[in-house]
Design a protein around this ligand. Structure first.
Ligand code: SF4
Length: 345
């Protein structure tokens, strides 16, 4: 149930009691809190709630950096700057990065239920796709709603991943670059259902299981939407970029830091580029955006690969005038195996 606060309704469970008990446990007097951009507006609420339940002097600082995922924790900074504890809100631990410092993860579960209207709309859309066997996933924010969504949809469809939908919500939650769970059952699934706001996560799912229908249930807008056509268009655009990069000789490989550092894949691509007689320049950066690409770019670069976050090429830089590829797309361009689209690694 949403909490009514003097600043309005607070629709997320920030698990203040769990935060306070961890603060007490480590006897923290100075904490750093990371919030994703979309939840930063709750900083004052969180601060006030923590302060009202802690009976000792406590210094609370919020990180102003964008916290896109648990792949980029402010852990090293928290330790270096003398904080006793890092609290990372909005994600669970990233599979490819263990925190280097004392970190508490608070998923920030969304408190409102998905409406029956939105579920009925999803049923209609799934039927129009001729689906019998479906799998249901969500972001971590909506993972607690999955059980009810699956229960409702199970009246009409076979839920292929019903055994994954247990007591631990993290088991059905996905991040934007790891879709192994839905990928592993793709042969048994006619269509996927994804519970989330926005299209970021369902788009990543659709890129991983090309040409399977993806229906999004949006708990904020209380409606469902068939994203299959949108995703197919995206895949065609990505295949065109891969074809463009086939002739590239000089590559810029841009890696990230912490959980976004993927040296193993960089080494693999370097080998492929060398085997084709090409050349490369390597960069590593905390923040990878259009400005960085513009600064790096020159007449000596034919194509870019972003090894850090594979969503930067697909979501932010698709309109760049040279190919900017994900690691898997670069592999496809370099090996000539571009008849079957892969995402993201
Ligand atoms: S999609 Fe990008 S920001 Fe999200 S977890 Fe993966 S690497 Fe991190």
């Amino acid at each position: 149930m949403a909490v009514l606060d003097e600043y309005g309704e607070v629709d997320y469970d920030f698990e203040i009691d769990r935060i306070v008990s961890r603060i007490r446990e480590v006897k923290a007097s100075k904490i750093l809190i990371q919030l994703p951009d979309g939840l930063k507006r709750y900083a004052l609420y969180i601060q006030r709630e923590i302060e009202s339940r802690v009976d000792h002097d406590l210094e609370i600082t919020f990180s102003g950096s964008s916290a896109w995922g648990a792949c980029l924790l402010d852990d090293v900074e928290a330790e270096a700057e003398g904080y006793d504890l890092l609290i990372h809100i909005g994600h669970v631990e990233y599979s490819y990065y263990r925190p280097r410092y004392r970190t508490l993860f608070i998923p920030a579960y969304y408190l409102r239920e998905v409406s029956v209207e939105a579920l009925d709309e999803a049923v209609k859309l799934l039927r129009s796709r001729g689906a019998d066997n479906i799998a249901v996933y969500s972001t971590i924010q909506h993972a607690k709603q999955i059980k009810k969504v699956a229960l409702y949809l199970s009246k009409f469809f076979n839920i292929v991943n019903s055994t994954q939908i247990g007591e631990d919500p993290a088991k059905v939650s996905l991040v934007g670059c790891d879709y192994m769970k839905p990928y592993s059952i793709r042969d048994k699934v006619d269509a996927y259902v994804f519970v989330s706001g926005g299209v970021f996560h369902p788009l990543g799912l659709g890129l991983t299981v090309p040409f399977k229908p993806v229906i999004k249930i949006d708990p904020y807008e209380n409606r469902s939407q068939d994203l299959t056509g949108f995703i197919e268009k995206k895949i065609r655009a990505r295949l065109y970029k891969i074809l463009e990069a086939r002739e590239a000789r000089r590559w810029a490989l841009i890696d990230g830091v912490k959980g976004q550092n993927r040296v193993w894949f960089r080494n693999y691509l370097k080998k492929l580029i060398r085997s084709k007689g090409g050349s490369y320049v390597e960069y590593v950066s905390h923040i990878i955006d259009r400005n960085l690409i513009l600064n790096i770019d020159s007449s000596e670069i034919d194509a870019f690969v972003i090894l850090a976050c594979p969503r930067i090429p697909t979501d932010d830089l698709e309109d760049y005038h040279k190919p900017v590829l994900t690691p898997a797309e670069a592999r496809m361009a370099l090996t000539g195996m571009h008849n079957k689209y892969s995402f993201p690694w």
